[in-house]
Ligand binder design. Structure first.
Ligand SMILES: [Zn+2]
Length: 301
């Protein structure tokens, strides 16, 4: 397997370092960290950021509230489909999408890959379909981003095995056994992370925790650190505070006890993204074969 780190959406909220912890400017910078995995089961996307229709018709797809609050940058070149093409792949070779949760900043690119099977926890599907959470639910869950999906694969939250202190961790239908779904409730009702055993890094784990935390200082140290803007944003978006904080504590513990074995990262921290994207192995040699992500000559221009 080969793993590419993609930023599929940039948000620049007013408040600068109150949100990203480092900007000198008035506006912060947050990414939508997604993964593209080359595997024997074809190309696999983990989360999708914003899609083509989000950036071309934002007011039909996204809530005015989040467009303004997050100052979402509408950049076609950051969509997953544009980056898949730029890497030299055919978007039709994206066979699977694993979705951490159906918030607008993770689910926007799903319909750019209509042939893909979309995997997620049943509780998340249920919450999103019912737009659970009142006004916030109708702003965060945008059915227009995913109501055309033909092939959902939903999983019960309680089924699976223990993994590094997390419960009910499981593999996914049709995906390599090295890719695991890790329930991390709290941010939403069916929020989950994705763990990938990465042979390329000597057999260690990459653990995408999505929105279980937002800032690099929330893990990796006994001292909790998070800019106040992001702390407030997380509290505003949470649906189960005790579950969210318990999962965050588990992630922090794991980051301290298995530092060399498990590399944890979240969806929106720019520094984490830039380090992982820079560390990723160089572009692959073209791969030709049935059912596998096949490289094409990138289009000119
Ligand atoms: Zn998010």
């Amino acid at each position: 397997m080969r793993i590419h780190h993609l930023n599929c959406g940039t948000c620049c909220p007013l408040g600068g370092r109150l949100f990203d912890g480092e900007s000198e400017a008035a506006f912060g910078r947050l990414v939508c960290h997604c993964l593209l995995i080359e595997s024997d089961a074809g190309l696999i996307l983990v989360d999708t950021g914003f899609g083509i229709r989000d950036v071309t018709r934002p007011h039909e797809r996204l809530s005015a509230f989040f467009l303004a609050l997050n100052n979402i940058q509408l950049r076609p070149e950051e969509t997953a489909i544009a980056q898949v093409r730029r890497l030299g792949f055919d978007p039709n070779d994206v066979r699977h999408i694993v979705i951490s949760h159906l918030d607008f900043d993770h689910a926007g690119g799903i319909e750019d890959f209509p042939q893909a099977t979309v995997h997620l926890l049943e509780d998340e599907m249920d919450a999103a379909c019912r737009r659970r959470g009142g006004l916030m639910g109708s702003r965060r869950y945008r059915p227009q981003q995913w109501d055309e999906v033909a092939d959902w694969r939903c999983y019960r939250a309680g089924e699976g095995e223990p993994w590094f202190g997390f419960q009910a961790v499981r593999d996914l239908d049709g995906l390599p056994p090295e890719i695991l779904l890790v329930p991390l409730m709290g941010h939403t009702w069916g929020h989950s992370g994705v763990a990938i055993c990465d042979a390329g890094s000597g057999g260690g784990w990459l653990f995408y925790a999505a929105d279980a935390y937002f800032y690099r200082g929330e893990i990796g140290s006994r001292l909790y650190r998070c800019p106040p803007g992001l702390r407030t944003y997380q509290a505003m978006m949470e649906v189960d505070r005790s579950a969210r904080l318990a999962n965050q504590a588990r992630l922090r513990r794991l980051s301290l006890t298995h530092e060399g074995e498990v590399r944890i990262f979240c969806a929106h921290d720019t520094v984490e993204f830039e380090i992982l994207a820079a560390d990723a192995p160089p572009a692959a040699v073209p791969v030709v074969g049935q059912g596998r992500g096949r490289r094409h000559e990138p289009a000119l221009g």
